[in-house]
Design a protein around this ligand. Structure first.
Ligand SMILES: [Zn+2]
Length: 76
């Protein structure tokens, strides 16, 4: 079983060898958000996008960016 880390939620689209696009949905399991595709024997594990090392300066012209990477539902 392969393990692939993804930053999408809740549906993961991927392509099988025959060209078919398959969608699997992440499930909340004890180890985190995971989905298993039996078709290609791949386990998808949700990872928060890692923060950029480049400093960002807030623009006063734009509202704060809302994302789903700071939900705090992972034990770290
Ligand atoms: Zn698959």
């Amino acid at each position: 079983m392969r393990t692939v880390y993804v930053a999408e939620y809740p549906a993961i689209q991927h392509r099988h060898g025959d060209g078919q696009v398959v969608t699997v949905r992440l499930k909340r399991l004890p180890g985190g958000l995971r989905a298993t595709c039996v078709g290609c024997e791949t386990e998808f594990v949700y990872r928060k996008p890692t923060p950029s090392r480049t400093p960002h300066y807030k623009s006063p012209l734009l509202p704060p960016v809302k994302g789903n990477w700071d939900t705090g539902d992972e034990n770290q």
